[in-house]
Ligand binder design. Structure first.
Ligand SMILES: [Zn+2]
Length: 173
């Protein structure tokens, strides 16, 4: 077990500084997980940024079949290097290839996630090594609302505009 997080590191009100992060080529990420489990969402990559899929409501991404549509899992994390919260995005293959991430009873809160882009190309597979209970997150510390953080990042309303999808639902577009 590691040392407890200090109050400044604990999740609070979603802030506009929170970003979606993922490992890029040659830049592995090591993050502390604040979420107990991931949230799965469809998104469209359009105009140089990601947009949540808004189906079954009107969704510009679906209607125009623009950009790259993909399912990913999102976890609220703590970046020790930047001393800030972030939302880690993991591709479907990373989740479906991990016993821990596939286990609905696994509690990832306080675990260290070491993620790396393999294959030397932007769309290459992402590995995610999980070391459980690296840090003690106090029981009374609120778990960050990953969907609320994403809504802030994407500037969309929740819950009317989009909903999470399970890994099985991630299999069908
Ligand atoms: Zn859509």
């Amino acid at each position: 077990m590691g040392s407890p997080l200090t109050p400044a590191q604990l999740p609070g009100t979603p802030g506009s500084h929170v970003k979606i992060v993922w490992p890029k080529i040659g830049k592995p990420l090591t993050l502390l997980c604040l979420s107990r489990t991931w949230v799965g969402l469809w998104s469209h990559w359009m105009d140089g940024r990601s947009h949540p899929c808004l189906k079954p409501n009107g969704c510009p991404g679906c209607e125009h079949e623009k950009g790259n549509t993909h399912w990913a899992a999102y976890l609220a994390c703590w970046d020790k290097l930047l001393a800030s919260k972030c939302v880690l995005m993991l591709p479907k293959d990373t989740v479906s290839g991990s016993l821990v991430l596939r286990d609905p009873t696994a509690d990832l809160r306080g675990a260290e996630l070491s993620c790396e882009r393999l294959g030397g190309r932007p769309g290459g597979p992402v590995s995610c090594k999980i070391r459980p209970s690296v840090v003690v997150v106090p029981n009374d510390a609120e778990e960050p609302d990953t969907l609320a953080l994403l809504c802030k990042i994407w500037s969309v309303m929740f819950p009317r505009t989009f909903r999470p999808f399970t890994l099985a639902e991630g299999e069908v577009a």
